[in-house]
Design a protein around this ligand. Structure first.
Ligand SMILES: C[S@@+](CC[C@H](N)C(=O)[O-])C[C@H]1O[C@@H](n2cnc3c(N)ncnc32)[C@H](O)[C@@H]1O
Length: 243
């Protein structure tokens, strides 16, 4: 069993080790963020199974996915579990590894290029720069106002450096409002990068004060990574197409 990072979208960012394993897989279980172009590298005879969170008709629970991994591994097949980005960055790869370890199934983890840094880079945004020496990565899965929110937005508003928000494109307006309410300047630069590293990449750039109305107009499609902090302005100087 191999837990393999598929990278952020551009097939060119898939690793050599990942490709080697994919080419010799007997079963491939891929999640919703994996670029389907990669699947053609699996052998014709390989069983290729969707193992993402949203089937065409319903949400699939992590328990069901875990059960599928165990079932395929117990068939004695050489299984490649392909996951978007890096398996251990907001990908539930840790949970899947734990299930395998508890079941006594040997596995290898193949790191992938994570979207948290590759997507900003592809839009011309370095996460660190000069005096910016801290990067904080959080999930935007929960609205800061909702009871399910587990993050301390007051603390995040006061944390210097770059804040990267994964997931939760729909919550960016509430996140921007929470950061400003807790003291971060409304002039703080923000860039939202959708479908990064792919041909359909698009960027909406503004500030904490303007991003909500800009997103409403732009109607960006998920997935998206949001970068908050001075580095978000760097694409004006070093972004793609410049120089
Ligand atoms: C469930 S997390 C998985 C992250 C993944 N394990 C990684 O390392 O990139 C899904 C989130 O990753 C980000 N993401 C993944 N691929 C992306 C892409 N091509 N463009 C923009 N954001 C992406 C988005 O924030 C998305 O909501």
């Amino acid at each position: 069993m191999y837990l393999v990072g598929a990278g952020p979208g551009d097939p060119g960012l898939f690793t050599l080790r990942g490709m080697e394993l994919l080419r010799s897989a007997e079963a491939v279980i891929y999640d919703g963020l994996v670029n389907p172009e990669l699947l053609r590298f699996a052998p014709q005879a390989a069983e290729v199974i969707y193992g993402g969170k949203h089937d065409r008709t319903r949400a699939v629970s992590q328990d069901e996915i875990n059960a599928l991994l165990l079932a395929k591994a117990r068939e004695g097949k050489r299984v490649v579990r392909l996951k978007g980005g890096d398996p251990y960055v907001f990908g539930r790869g840790g949970e899947e590894a734990e299930v395998l370890a508890e079941a006594g199934i040997p596995f290898e983890v193949v790191p992938g290029v994570s979207s948290f840094h590759a997507v900003p880079a592809s839009a011309g945004i370095p996460l660190t720069w000069g005096g910016v020496s801290r990067v904080t990565i959080v999930t935007g899965h929960d609205d800061p106002q909702s009871p399910s929110n587990k993050l301390d937005w007051a603390q995040l508003a006061g944390t210097p450096g770059t804040l990267v928000v994964m997931m939760g494109l729909a919550h960016i307006p509430q996140i921007a409002a929470a950061l400003v309410a807790h003291g971060r300047s409304a002039d703080t630069p923000v860039a939202v990068v959708s479908r990064g590293t792919t041909r359909r990449q698009s960027v909406v750039a503004g500030t904490l004060g303007t991003i909500a109305s800009q997103l409403q107009q732009a109607q960006l499609a998920p997935p998206a990574v949001t970068v908050i902090g001075e580095v978000a302005r760097m694409r004006e100087r070093i972004g793609p197409g410049l120089g």
